[in-house]
Design a protein around this ligand. Structure first.
Ligand code: AMP
Ligand code: MG
Length: 335
């Protein structure tokens, strides 16, 4: 295939354009995320944000990497899952670019893109993905030609849980990094800290997880007078242990030896360390892509688009509608 593939990410708070060259090499994405002054992310406001910044963001990508639209080979976009209005803005831009430059359109699955960018960047082959983002928390692996969800959150995503907890105490979105700082401060000051007296509900339900009760209990713990740093530390320990436990069981059941992290919460160093420890104990390996490819980014969309285009799969206009509830296992692995 000649030419480069453009990737457009717009599932939630982030609009991003990324690119992959014809040989598959990935280029860092241009990224712009809405930062609500208060409260969570409103889908309509996020969609407006995406529309407002799209043109300058695309120019930024082209300039930064010396790309020309005349060499474009295809336009990939997130078809789902995500917030309807946000997805629609992305799909609209992708259709327009595809028509204007007469190149194929490739609608891709956002969750699968997290897996494929991780496989590519970390050079791992057949991992169990621990996908921990704002809206999603899933444990995924390839079985019988599809990526299957072996466990997932039953209520809110782990990132949303961290963001909501932080917001209750005045820290705006994104709260995850703030909690990480407070948790690190606590463990540095108390290297022998124990969870005794800092117990929270455990989030595992069979192979699934549930985080809202954990958050409510952590908020109550701060209101009882337990120092904020200590609660942040305990919250991270409990929430991450639940994810790592489910991922470990998935590896055991599916007979896999590689663990791969993806999603914004995978930026967290404590989570990365816990995954390393678990993988080493199982004589396996744990992988985490560079942080710019853990967060939502257009490069991962371009990379999955590049894989699908090379395998001959494109999206005709009539099948290009977005699907906010698109499931990971709805996408056949054709590459
Ligand atoms: P995503 O939805 O994949 O774009 O990721 C966004 C989520 O990642 C938000 O909920 C953030 O709070 C969370 N996040 C980002 N960095 C960190 C971190 N260092 N520790 C924990 N959560 C994080
Ligand atoms: Mg994501």
């Amino acid at each position: 295939m000649d030419g480069w593939v453009l990737g457009l990410e717009s599932t939630a708070h982030t609009l991003s354009f990324g690119a992959v060259r014809s040989d598959g090499s990935t280029l860092p994405a241009a990224i712009d995320a809405i930062r609500p002054r208060e409260g969570g992310i409103h889908p309509r406001e996020a969609a407006d944000h995406h529309r407002d910044v799209a043109q300058s963001l695309l120019s930024n990508l082209l300039e930064r990497h010396g790309l020309s639209m005349s060499d474009l080979a295809g336009v990939a976009y997130s078809q789902g899952p995500g917030m309807g209005p946000c997805l629609q803005v992305g799909a609209g831009i992708a259709r327009a670019l595809s028509a204007a430059h007469d190149v194929p359109l490739i609608g891709v699955n956002h969750c699968v893109a997290h897996i494929e960018i991780g496989r590519w960047e970390c050079d791992c082959d057949d991992p169990v993905l621990l996908y921990v983002s704002g809206g999603n928390t899933q444990v995924i692996t390839r079985l019988a030609g599809k990526y299957r969800v072996l466990g997932e959150t039953l209520d809110i995503g782990i990132g949303n849980m961290l963001d909501k907890f932080a917001r209750k105490f005045g820290h705006p979105f994104p709260g995850g990094p703030v909690i990480e700082q407070h948790a690190s401060a606590y463990i540095e000051a108390n290297p022998n800290a124990s969870l005794k007296g800092l117990e929270l509900p455990y989030a595992v339900r069979g192979m699934d997880m549930a985080f809202s009760g954990l958050m409510t209990a952590a908020v109550a713990m701060v209101h009882r007078g337990v120092p904020f740093d200590a609660v942040c530390w305990s919250l991270q320990e409990h929430a991450f242990a639940a994810c790592v436990e489910v991922a470990e069981r998935a590896m055991a059941h599916a007979g896999k030896h590689e663990l791969l992290l993806g999603g914004g919460v995978a930026c967290n160093q404590r989570l990365r360390n816990m995954c390393d420890t678990m993988a080493v104990e199982r004589e396996g390996t744990s992988h985490a892509p560079p942080r710019m490819y853990c967060i939502d980014n257009g490069t991962m969309i371009a990379q999955l688009g590049w894989l699908e285009l090379n395998a001959g799969r494109t999206t005709p206009y009539h099948a290009s509608a977005v699907d906010p509830g698109l499931r990971t296992d709805a996408t056949p692995i054709v590459w």
